[in-house]
Design a protein. Structure first.
Lengths: 175, 199
């Protein structure tokens, strides 16, 4: 986890401990997609996933002061989500996951972690880079370089090199 | 001649002219460095796809937000108190005028609510250290969870967490007026310190 991310999390956790509700809201919004996606990956039923989601945040709220290493917060959230999800699965009769399912699940959770890391890294880029990367790789319309150039107000020939600079910045943030 | 980032990305994304693509693909057969460049960019490009992360519903998010008490209620449960210095070897004359006092450790005791904070500051300028211990009065048990922040002019310099015997440690203390802030589960304690030579 990069230094700036650790610092943001550290300040949010400290402010939460001191009773700052806006910091709690920011912390929840920061990690809710990670927690919910992990819960849903293990328990595809939305109601179960929602219950697990609430249990995880309740546990974090109760144990905020115990978080000694803020840099481990994402891993802590994933571990706690998996624990609550496993309890939910075990409470369903005869539903122990098979070995093959565990392997698939580990792979899926790995994807979720990487996607989340990418989301956080993208959030640290400039607005211009975020817009360009979104247009190039996430836009379902799949605009051409000419359309992208028009939207960004830059020459078509600049799209490629700007892409390279923005992806280089993204790579640095990802570490 | 080696692959630049832009050409590597164009190659991965299939944006090169046919003859250029053929040239670079042949080059990759003999250049390990360029293969590494392609691998690095290829991994990043593979990760750049539509996100499959899902958000919780607004209703569930609202429920989770409400785990945290609002303003006044939380304030009442989480007061901030100032610690007072009840003992200071610099102030109370223990080391004043002592020969060789410059490098002598300074010992302080701060008190707030039901807690005593024992502090030792030692070392030479620019390399001073602080070792402290948070001790609740009236019990032999140590405090389980607490975070300590060293501040100067409102800016946080360093953060430490409590260990099993209630101790905390800061290094490289600057000179001058500092604040020690202690975050406990239901209380915040703030104490003022002045780091200086013995006089």
């Amino acid at each position: 986890m990069k230094v700036v991310e650790i610092r943001v999390d550290s300040e949010l956790v400290d402010r939460c401990i001191r009773g700052d509700q806006t910091a709690w809201r920011a912390l929840v919004l920061r990690y809710e997609r990670l927690v919910y996606s992990v819960a849903l990956a293990i328990c595809p039923d939305m109601e179960d996933a929602s219950d697990i989601f609430q249990q995880v945040w309740m546990e974090l709220y109760q144990r905020l002061s115990d978080i000694r290493r803020v840099e481990a917060l994402p891993a802590w959230l994933i571990t706690v989500t998996r624990r609550h999800a496993s309890k939910t699965i075990r409470s369903r009769a005869g539903s122990e996951p098979l070995d093959e399912n565990l392997r698939d699940l580990r792979q899926q959770l790995g994807h979720i972690e990487r996607e989340y890391a990418l989301e956080r890294a993208l959030a640290q880029l400039s607005g211009r880079c975020r817009t360009l990367i979104d247009l190039l790789y996430f836009n379902i319309e799949e605009p051409s370089y000419a359309e992208i150039a028009k939207r960004l107000g830059i020459p078509v020939a600049s799209v490629g090199p700007t892409r390279g600079r923005c992806l280089e910045k993204l790579r640095k943030v990802l570490g | 001649m080696h692959l630049s980032s832009d050409v590597a990305l164009d190659l991965i994304e299939g944006r090169l002219a046919k003859d250029e693509e053929t040239f670079w693909k042949e080059h990759l057969g003999v250049c390990g460095d360029c293969v590494q460049v392609i691998d690095q960019w290829g991994q990043l490009r593979a990760d750049l796809r539509r996100s499959h992360l899902k958000s919780a519903t607004a209703e569930i998010l609202d429920t989770v937000m409400e785990f945290f008490p609002q303003g006044d209620e939380k304030e009442a449960r989480h007061p901030c108190v100032e610690a007072t210095v009840v003992f200071d070897t610099f102030r109370d004359g223990t080391v004043a005028n002592a020969r060789g006092a410059v490098a002598v450790a300074r010992q302080l005791v701060l008190r707030a609510e039901d807690f005593d904070i024992h502090i030792k500051i030692w070392g030479v300028p620019d390399h001073r250290q602080m070792l402290g211990q948070l001790l609740p009065r009236g019990t032999a048990k140590f405090v389980g969870t607490a975070r300590f922040h060293l501040l100067q002019n409102g800016e946080r310099l360093e953060t430490a967490t409590i260990d099993e015997i209630g101790e905390f440690h800061f290094t490289d203390l600057p000179e001058g007026d500092l604040s020690l802030q202690i975050d406990l589960p239901n209380l915040t304690v703030v104490g003022a310190l002045n780091v200086r030579e013995a006089q």
